[in-house]
Structure formats: structure tokens, C-alpha cells
Write a protein that binds this ligand. Structure first.
Ligand code: FAD
Ligand code: DLZ
Ligand code: SF4
Length: 521
């Protein structure tokens, strides 16, 4: 009797429509799911991230069993747990003697390198399938990227609009424009608040996982007190329903706004569910388009939301695989400073940073503009070394997987790829944060003070950054003109900026070892 088909399902492949399950017969298949120490600790993920993934995996295993599948589920604390995907697969091969291992390609480079060894390691056939939850297959992205020195999302996005037919009017974009971002930059008006997003009480499975995480990952960053994530497809659909009913209307206009204590604003909070596989990206986009066609949401909001998904999300995934492994070590701006300790402790007088880190610690989430223009912008201006920033972003967010984290960190916020992704560095002074948030009103620093005691640190740091990288940035059409302002200031003012920035940089305490990575590993 030939053995069954063995289907490993990784923690971010939690969909019954996944290619490895599609086409399998229930009476001839063993689905293997593994909680493994290596994955939980290759960086010291936020406690909520581990709890979310384990809980969603356990719920998905139950869903599969209820649908009649045979599931072999290995829990973290199981006695013989080998601690790695390859080790657990070896045990399963020994036990089930499968005729075939059928798996969807891993989303991350690290895991895919291991996976590619499987055909040589195991005595059965191994079939590695494309992850067709993504709209753009990698060869299509690579072909699009071929010969281009700059890989701009906007042009890729138009291709995806044509390919999917989303918001198309024949061969023209709906409403005449591809992109309505100019309508999507409203600063927050006084008292801006959004309806609460759907929140989910931990059930018994989640409670058990939370206890496990508290016990085994005690020294990881973050709090588990407010664990409110959807952990099943049903809950994720409820979260999407609530977004489409209550928040998409204002999603566009206030996409770039920040309000102290308002952690979600009008964002969808669906990235964790999308990345786990609980929600289908194309389906969400169709629902968004329907809301527009039914007159329930304006075009600028719907186009903005769809662009984040079929534009940015697809694009960064293609960019990651196109640029790996070089992207992991790229450091074109030669940034060398260690990550300041306050990224972990939240102890800083900069109100904007403190609020973003508080949200990060409490929710394992911060919204896009907080990641980009506060936390990312500071790291760029202060010249923090990419490796430290990458580790931090990979650890702290519940939606963080390297394929999506790394392009956003290395290429988008740090310009470490030298401008393949972004046409210019996203560098901004305190002015921007002051315009787009209410943070500055409660800050020890003043955004209007440019240098010296009490000046917003983003102000001198901005000019310090521009001055440090003049050779490279002056040639850039989109930012080069700024040097005329710098030159007009005269040397005394310039020195004042540079000294102020240096004094501030000298006060930064670098984080000790052990926050992001295990000291023994
Ligand atoms: P919404 O604002 O509601 O957007 C809708 C969806 O669009 C998101 O759920 C997400 O799937 C997608 N999206 C939006 N922007 C991006 C983007 N830049 N790249 C890829 N997808 C995008 N997103 C992650 O999923 N994982 C990460 O590890 C991650 N790291 C980031 C690091 C930095 C430095 C920056 C600037 C952005 C990062 N993002 C990451 C993108 C974005 O910040 C999050 O997807 C978003 O905040 C998730 O919240 P939301 O679901 O409410 O998003
Ligand atoms: C992030 C993560 C963690 C913390 N733990 C596990 C795990 O124990 N088992 C698992 O299957 N997946 C886990 N994941 C998600 C994986 O890292 C993710 O599926 C792969 O890295 C994708 O390449
Ligand atoms: Fe942030 Fe500067 Fe505003 Fe303070 S003054 S909140 S540091 S931008």
C-alpha cells in the first residue's frame, strides 16, 4: 500500500483554498501542522504575535478536522517536538511513510532555503507549489522588473488594476485617475475619533495559548493584556464586515492622520488576518469595490484601500523575492548607529514616538503612517543601522513576516537599497508630524523651535541627515532642490543645526543585547 500524501501547512498558510490542500482527497491525506521553537524564537517575536499564530493554527486544525481532514498537529510542548520544520517533517515521514510531500512555497527566504533541501532529505517525492493567494506570480514580477533601475509601485499597481479588472471602466481607471492620494491627506480635525473596530474575546483555545506564551516567552517584548485579534476565518470576516460597514468611508481622507491614543483610526486592522491566510486579498478588494458601486463608500477611500492591497502588498512581496538575499544586508547610506533603547522601553520625551511605541507594545500594531513617518523617519534621520531596525520591526508587529517587513523597512523607510523602491527618502522634520497629528501639543519639545533646548529633535536631525547625504541626494530631482534652502541659511545657522543634532544623538542610549535575538542563539 503506498503511503498518504503529507501536506505541511505553515503558520501563515491557514486557508482551506491553499494550493497544497486543493485537489487532495480527504481519505488519502495527512495534514501536518507544527508549532516549533525555531520559528517562535529566530527573533523574539512580540508575545501577541506568537499567541495569535498558535491560536489561529489550533483553530484552523479544528476547522480542518470538522471538515473531515486528518490533521497531525504538533504542539510546542509535545514531548518529542523536534523544534524545527525540517525535524518535525522527518518525524512525520518516519511515522506516515508518505508517497508524496505536497507543500506551498514558504513566504520567507529563511524557510524556503530549508524547504528546498527537502527533496534531497526525504525518501519520497516532494512537490513545492506556488502560493497562488498572491495575485502576481513571481516570474511575472521579475519580468516587469527586468531592465528597470527603479521599481515604482505606481506603475506595477496599474498593471494589477488591469489584470484584476478592479475599479476599471473599460480600459480606463474608474473616475479617470489611477490614484486619488491627493484627496487622502487630511490632517486630523479636533476630536477626530473612529468607531471601534471589531474586537474578539480570547476563547478557551486562545486562553491556553496565552498561558503558554506567558510561560515560555516571558522575556519577549510586548503585553498580552489586550489580545483582541481575530483568530478564525469567521472572526476575520466579522472584522472585515465591520470595517466595510463603519470605517471605509473615512479610510481614505484620514489615512495619513495620527491621533494620540486613537490606535486604529479608520484603518482596516486586517493585515494579521490577510497574512495568516484567514482572508483572501482579492475577495476583500472585490468587497471594497462593491461598497463603492453601491454608493456606500467614496472612490478615494476605496481606491486607496485597493491600492494598499493589490498595489503595495503585492509589490513588496515581488520586490522581496526579486531583491533577496541582497536586501537583507543592503546599507547604501552606511547607517551605523545602534537602535536606541527607547524603541523597546518607550521611555522618551518625544510624545509622538512614545505613543507609537505604547500602541506597539499594547496592541502589537501601529498604523502605517506611525510606522513610516514617526518610527521609520526617526530611524532614517538618526542613521540607525538597517539590521537593528529590521529586527525591531520583525519582532514587534503581529502582522510581521520578512517578505512584507523587509522591503518596508530596508527600502521604504531606510532607503538602504539606494532608491530602487522609493523615489526619495521619506525624510521629514517635526513640521510634518505636527501637521498630521495632535502629538506635538502634548510634547516636551516644540515643533516650531528649530535648534537648541526644547527644539523638536526631528528638526535638527532632518538637516543633519540632508547634510550627511548631500552628495547622493542633491542629484535627486524630487528632493535636490531643498539644498537651496540649506545654502541660503548661511554657515552659522547650519552649524547650529548640526551641533544641535549631534548633541541630541549623543544622548541616545543604544539598546542592550537580548531584546530582539536570544543571547544564546
Ligand atoms: P490598512 O491601512 O487598513 O491597509 C490595508 C491593507 O493594505 C493592510 O492590511 C495591508 O495588508 C496592506 N498594506 C498597506 N500598506 C502596505 C505596505 N506598505 N506593504 C504591504 N502591505 C500594505 N505590513 C505588514 O503586513 N507586515 C509588516 O511586517 C509590515 N511592516 C511594515 C514596516 C514599515 C516600516 C512600514 C512603513 C509598513 C509596514 N507594513 C507592514 C505595512 C502597513 O503598515 C501595515 O500593513 C498596516 O499598518 C496594517 O494595518 P491595517 O491592516 O489596518 O492596514
Ligand atoms: C511566525 C511563526 C511563529 C512565531 N511560529 C510558527 C510555528 O511555530 N509554526 C509555524 O508553522 N509557523 C510559525 N510562524 C510563521 C512562520 O514563520 C511562517 O509561516 C514562515 O516563516 C513562512 O515562511
Ligand atoms: Fe514628535 Fe517633535 Fe512633535 Fe514632539 S515636537 S511630538 S518630538 S514631532
Amino acid at each position: 500500500m503506498p503511503g498518504p500524501v503529507l501536506v505541511p501547512i505553515l503558520g501563515d498558510q491557514l486557508s482551506r483554498q491553499i494550493a497544497s490542500i486543493r485537489g487532495c482527497a480527504k481519505d488519502d491525506t495527512v495534514i501536518l501542522m507544527m508549532e516549533v521553537w525555531d520559528e517562535a524564537t529566530y527573533v523574539k517575536h512580540h508575545k501577541q504575535k506568537i499567541a495569535l499564530i498558535f491560536s489561529a493554527m489550533r483553530h484552523f486544525a479544528d476547522e480542518l478536522r470538522e471538515a473531515g481532514w486528518t490533521v497531525a498537529y504538533v504542539k510546542l510542548d509535545d514531548k518529542d517536538n523536534a523544534g524545527s520544520f525540517t525535524g518535525e517533517l522527518a518525524r512525520a515521514v518516519e511515522y506516515h511513510s508518505p508517497r508524496l510531500i505536497r507543500v506551498v512555497e514558504a513566504g520567507e527566504w529563511r524557510v524556503r532555503q530549508d524547504m528546498e533541501q527537502w527533496p534531497d532529505k526525504f525518501p519520497c517525492d516532494v512537490e513545492i507549489l506556488r502560493d497562488d493567494r498572491f495575485i502576481c506570480p513571481q516570474p511575472e514580477f521579475d519580468e516587469w522588473a527586468e531592465g528597470r533601475t527603479e521599481l515604482r509601485m505606481e506603475f506595477f499597481y496599474r498593471e494589477m488594476r488591469r489584470k484584476t479588472g478592479l475599479l476599471m471602466d473599460g480600459d480606463k481607471p474608474e473616475g479617470g485617475e489611477w490614484n486619488y492620494d491627493s484627496e487622502n491627506r487630511k490632517p486630523p480635525k479636533e476630536g477626530l475619533a473612529a468607531p471601534e473596530r471589531a474586537k474578539f474575546e480570547p476563547d478557551q483555545i486562545t486562553q491556553q495559548v496565552i498561558e503558554l506564551v506567558e510561560d515560555r516567552f516571558r522575556d519577549h517584548f510586548g503585553s498580552l493584556d489586550k489580545f483582541e485579534w481575530p483568530v478564525t476565518r469567521e472572526e476575520a470576516e466579522d472584522a472585515a464586515d465591520a470595517f466595510f460597514a463603519e470605517r471605509i468611508e473615512c479610510f481614505g481622507p484620514y489615512q495619513d492622520a495620527m491621533v494620540a491614543g486613537e490606535d486604529d483610526l479608520f484603518h482596516s486592522m486586517l493585515s494579521t488576518s490577510l497574512n495568516l491566510g484567514l482572508l483572501d486579498p482579492l475577495d476583500l478588494c472585490h468587497r471594497a469595490e462593491q461598497a463603492y458601486r453601491d454608493g456606500k463608500a467614496p472612490l478615494n477611500s476605496v481606491e486607496g484601500f485597493i491600492r494598499q492591497i493589490i498595489g503595495w502588498r503585492e509589490y513588496v512581496r515581488g520586490f522581496y523575492w526579486n531583491q533577496m538575499p541582497h536586501l537583507q544586508t543592503a546599507n547604501e547610506l552606511k547607517a551605523q548607529r545602534g537602535l536606541p533603547e527607547f524603541y523597546w522601553t518607550g521611555e522618551t520625551d518625544m510624545a509622538c514616538i512614545a505613543d507609537c511605541i505604547r500602541s506597539t507594545r499594547d496592541n502589537a500594531h501601529a498604523h502605517h503612517i506611525q510606522r513610516l513617518m514617526v518610527l521609520g523617519n526617526f530611524a532614517l534621520l538618526a542613521g540607525i543601522t538597517p539590521r537593528d531596525v529590521q529586527d525591531w520591526f520583525l519582532v514587534v508587529y503581529a502582522d510581521a513576516y520578512e517578505w512584507v517587513e523587509l522591503p518596508n523597512v530596508s527600502a521604504m523607510i531606510l532607503y538602504a537599497d539606494g532608491g530602487k523602491l522609493a523615489s526619495k527618502p521619506y525624510a521629514a522634520s517635526g513640521n510634518y508630524i505636527n501637521k498630521m497629528s495632535n502629538y506635538c501639543a502634548g510634547c516636551a519639545y516644540s515643533p516650531n523651535k528649530k535648534t537648541g533646548e526644547g527644539a523638536c529633535p526631528f528638526n535638527p536631525l532632518y538637516w543633519h541627515f540632508m547634510h550627511r547625504h548631500r552628495d547622493r541626494l542633491e542629484k535627486n530631482r524630487r528632493i535636490g532642490r531643498i539644498y537651496a534652502n540649506w545654502d541660503r541659511m548661511g554657515s552659522e545657522k547650519q552649524q547650529d543645526y548640526l551641533r544641535s543634532a549631534d548633541r541630541f544623538l549623543d544622548t541616545l542610549t543604544p539598546a542592550g543585547l537580548g531584546w530582539a535575538r536570544r543571547e544564546d542563539g
